[in-house]
Ligand binder design. Structure first.
Ligand code: ATP
Ligand code: MG
Length: 902
């Protein structure tokens, strides 16, 4: 039965029982405190709680729902979607328990020919509150349900309340038993969902929850509150999962295979070339795609737009997870333009409004995918560079702070970094990543704390500044080394007369060439050599109060005392690289404004050695063509060797010249204006720059992305870093051209496309051959079983090139050959592309002895570092290391022996 038909039958059934048909409310309500509509009863809450009078005594709806807390379950259980439809019938002071139970029984068990759902009454289980005698009697005596299939539960497991004093009630839930293929029998009177085991949850599926709003509850924590008495107006609210009924009635294994979702999975198979059912991990990814594409479609249809907070963030996360899953499936081109229309076509029968609105929906979803792809692209370029660096240094693992930077700056989730690193043959130092994450949280906390106690912290610096009477002169525009005097020494934030190595110190100098971090330009580093032999390695320079420059570093040799003479020298390579990045930033800024209009103003920047980042206000993504224009323009102007000059002038004069000022920055009366090429670019800026654009060498834009509403970010490599990147890409292209024997690199894409096609064809042939070969071997293998306490066990490693799909075919073949003369357990392994696979199968005789393929498999898969699961008759797993296959097989043997003993 089609899902839309279940929807229709539901409304018809209850309409005939005098229920007012209420259309689904939007997924987002007017109440901003509720993120999404999570249940059918949400729009009816005022009638249930009694704050409003219900306009009808009976109502029925099929409500669109989003449950984000089920997101991790998607694709892993059989029954959780982020979007799903909850069918509900409601009574406000009208019929109560008996009526609700009668209606539900009638609809579930009436044959499909007569308009019902046609469930086998013998497959239905009912759970209820142990003290709800009325329902118990009604279900067992009037309906006639066998008491062994009625389960009585304590209040905590069967109640409903709103989390605060007010109405509360017990619930009754209908479950469908899918039969022994899906798990062991439940003990009489007990659906083994308590405590939940995956096997049991696969077998006994909760489909319909009836809530009996009967009591008034008092104050209390959690489920521990008194029931104060009965409500004046008792209500019924129920929720049936339309998708769950759909997969049961459609004979599918899970809700992702129903008519409203599976077409998307089919499309994803087509795009990615992966086959659903062949690999457990791929299957999860395909199901995630099916689910998330549909949820995105429905959310955008209800007016949600991708964003960084609240509802928008949920939508963004869903789209990104879908895109990422497609990538992990091997499909790196845009996917949404192909997937979204398929999802729409599957949903439009129930939601006709999707048709007219589709161009808008599609626009929003595809541009979000585009934005994410660009993020991935620029991040991926950086990622490749980091991987190159690690390899060049002979390392095997990506440092945690690199992973952290990818996360922090490029929005790379850690699991994505791990996957990509694994593909490049590297591990990721996840512990260091996590500690960088917690350091960041610490810093944020410390910053917040410092802001609160800022007065005491800066008091000492204010004193030092007033003692010296004027600002510390910064001589670094022209000098890289300055002979000066140590004015003050601080250790641990306190003033000291002198310090001895080793020590972390802060120095105030009478004059300095060191640039203190400001305006996006990172601080200089270098060293201060103190008379008498003291050496301080400076790694950070800050202005904790305006006018005072504080050098932070480590005293590595000798001592440093107040009043000593010293020579302060900056690291010129670092400074040069930073200056190139800073001038490049001004040039990118100006070119952006030329290309995108005056509105594209600066929102922030960072100039570090060899790299720049520029944030600007702009309402939409910058097209690739515009980025190319900008990059071309900047590089042309580099070659023109434009002079970079600076001038001090009153702020009014600077404004009159059209100098760009950073919003929110405070300037004194006299400001510094940095100009490039006369009046081509003019900005108020205190930073250090190159003298001529020619010194920059090269600027390579790495990508553009959104970093918040209306703010975009471009990243670029500058100078030698840009050259190295280009050289590496060029070397790669040459190497590829040579390997693939194409004359001109332009022919590469076509050659790769034709090779990929050939490879696909060959894989198909190979798979067919492998199948034949396995079949030929099966006869021999069938004779190689060993006896383990009366069980015929075949534990066999099929070796290289054999994946899970082949193993499954072989297992089924062997099981048929071995027949039912004796209990049989098969454990087969193989490996392909460095991934091990394991399949376990049992025949009926083995299952009668309590042997379940699923649990034997889990033991085996864990032993080789993989995972998996399945049903009692057939289970599959993988992802482990091929070298550990023998361990997996002996673990299965061990588990088998143990199970027999037990
Ligand atoms: P479960 O324990 O299986 O997650 P639940 O107890 O959270 O379900 P209820 O809150 O009782 O579910 O919701 C009522 C009905 O809605 C359920 O009986 C089920 O049929 C359906 N349902 C709930 N969550 C989902 C979901 N994430 N996807 C599909 N259907 C769902
Ligand atoms: Mg429930």
């Amino acid at each position: 039965m089609r899902t839309s038909e279940i929807h229709r039958r539901w409304l018809d059934f209850f309409a005939k029982k005098q229920h007012e048909v209420v259309p689904s409310a939007s997924l987002v309500s007017n109440d901003p405190s509720i993120l999404f509509t999570i249940a059918g009863m949400v729009p009816f809450i005022p009638y249930i709680v009694g704050t409003e009078k219900a306009p009808h005594a009976r109502a029925v709806s099929v409500q669109k729902c989003i449950r984000t807390n089920d997101i991790e379950n998607v694709g892993r259980t059989t029954r959780h979607g982020t979007f799903f439809q909850m069918a509900g019938n409601f009574s406000f002071g009208d019929y109560f328990k008996r009526g609700a139970i009668d209606f539900s029984w009638e609809l579930l068990t009436t044959s499909q020919d007569e308009g019902g759902f046609g469930f086998d009454p013998e497959a239905l289980w009912f759970t209820l509150w142990e003290q709800d005698e009325e329902s118990y009697q009604h279900v067992t005596e009037v309906i006639g349900l066998d008491p062994s299939r009625v389960v009585r539960l304590p209040w905590e497991e069967s109640c409903w309340d709103t989390g605060q004093p007010g109405p509360a009630g017990s619930t009754g839930e209908w479950h469908v038993d899918r039969g022994p293929e899906y798990g062991p029998d439940a003990p009489s009177g007990r659906v083994p969902e308590w405590p939940g085991t995956p096997d049991a949850e696969d077998r006994y599926i909760e489909i319909w929850n009836l809530v009996f709003d009967q009591f008034l509850r008092g104050e209390g924590k959690g489920k521990d509150y008194p029931l104060l008495g009965e409500l004046d107006q008792k209500s019924i609210d129920t929720g049936l999962g339309v998708e769950r009924v759909a997969y049961l009635l459609q004979g599918k294994a899970n809700m992702y295979e129903i008519d409203q979702v599976f077409p998307v999975i089919e499309k994803a198979q087509e795009l990615s070339g992966r086959v659903y059912g062949a690999d457990a991990e791929d299957d999860v990814r395909l199901r995630i795609v099916g689910d998330h594409v549909r949820s995105a479609l429905m959310l955008v249809s209800d007016g949600v737009r991708p964003g960084n907070e609240g509802r928008g963030y949920v939508l963004r996360r869903l789209i990104r997870r879908a895109v990422r899953s497609m990538r992990l499936l091997g499909h790196t081109d845009p996917a949404m333009p192909a997937l979204l229309p398929v999802s729409k076509a599957a949903m439009v029968e129930s939601y006709p409004e999707l048709e007219a609105d589709f161009p808008r929906i599609s626009d929003i979803v595809t541009s979000e995918e585009e934005a994410f792809r660009r993020t991935l692209e620029s991040g991926t370029a950086i990622f490749d560079q980091l991987v190159g660096d690690v390899r060049a240094g002979g390392g095997r693992s990506l440092p945690g702070d690199d992973a952290f930077r990818l996360h922090d700056t490029y929005g790379f989730p850690i699991d994505l970094t791990v996957e990509m690193a694994a593909e490049a043959g590297l591990a990721v130092d996840e512990d260091a990543f996590r500690s960088a994450m917690s350091e960041q949280r610490e810093r944020a906390r410390a910053d917040a704390a410092a802001k609160k106690t800022g007065h005491t912290d800066t008091a000492i610096y204010n004193r030092l500044l007033s003692r010296r009477g004027e600002d510390v002169p910064f001589l670094g525009y022209t000098e890289s080394s300055v002979a000066t005097t140590v004015e003050s020494v601080l250790v641990g934030g306190a003033l000291v007369n002198s310090a001895d190595a080793p020590a972390d110190v802060e120095l105030v100098l009478a004059a300095t060439p060191f640039y203190a971090e400001a305006g996006g330009q990172l601080a200089d580093q270098g060293r201060v050599a103190v008379a008498g032999g003291g050496i301080v390695e400076i790694d950070d320079v800050q202005k904790p109060v305006r006018g005072l420059i504080v050098h932070r570093g480590r005293l590595v040799e000798g001592s440093v005392a107040q009043g000593t003479e010293a020579v302060a020298t900056i690291d010129q390579d670092r400074r040069g690289a930073i200056a190139r990045a800073h001038t490049a930033t001004h040039m990118v800024h100006q070119s952006l404004r030329e290309e995108l209009g005056e509105g594209a103003t600066q929102a922030g920047s960072e100039n570090s050695p060899g790299r720049m980042r520029f944030d600007f206000r702009y309402g939409q993504g910058v097209p690739r063509s515009a980025l190319e224009q900008i990059e071309g323009r900047v590089n042309t102007l580099l070659q023109d060797e434009l002079a970079v000059t600076d001038q001090q002038m009153p702020i009014d004069e600077a404004r009159a010249l059209g100098a760009q000022a950073l919003f929110g920055e405070k300037y004194g009366d006299i400001v510094r204006v940095v100009s490039i090429g006369g009046d081509w670019s003019r900005e108020l800026c205190g930073g250090t720059h190159v003298d001529s654009t020619g010194a920059i060498g090269s600027v390579q834009l790495m990508g553009e992305s959104s970093i918040g509403s209306g703010v975009r970010r471009v990243d670029a490599l500058v100078g030698l870093s840009a050259y190295r990147f280009q050289a590496k890409e060029h070397a790669l292209v040459s190497q590829l051209s040579e390997m693939l024997k194409v004359g001109a690199s332009e022919d590469l894409p076509e050659r790769v496309a034709s090779m990929t096609q050939r490879m696909k064809d060959m894989e198909k042939q190979l798979a067919a051959l492998r199948g034949q070969q396995l079949q030929a071997e099966a006869g021999k293998l069938a004779e190689q079983t060993v006896d383990v306490s009366g069980i015929r066990l075949l534990a066999h490693d099929a070796g290289e090139g054999i994946a899970a799909g082949d193993l499954r075919t072989l297992a089924l073949d062997l099981r048929t050959r071995l027949g039912e003369d004796a209990p049989v357990v098969l454990a087969l392994t193989g490996h392909e592309d460095g991934r091990a696979a394991l399949v376990v199968a049992t025949n009926a005789g083995a299952r009668d002895q309590g042997l379940a393929a699923g649990s034997l498999l889990r033991t085996g898969a864990e032993a080789m570092g993989g995972r998996g699961g399945g049903k009692p008759d057939l289970a599959q797993g993988g992802g482990g290391e091929p070298a550990r296959i023998p361990e997996a097989l002996s673990a299965v043997r061990g588990a088998l022996a143990e199970a027999i003993r037990a």
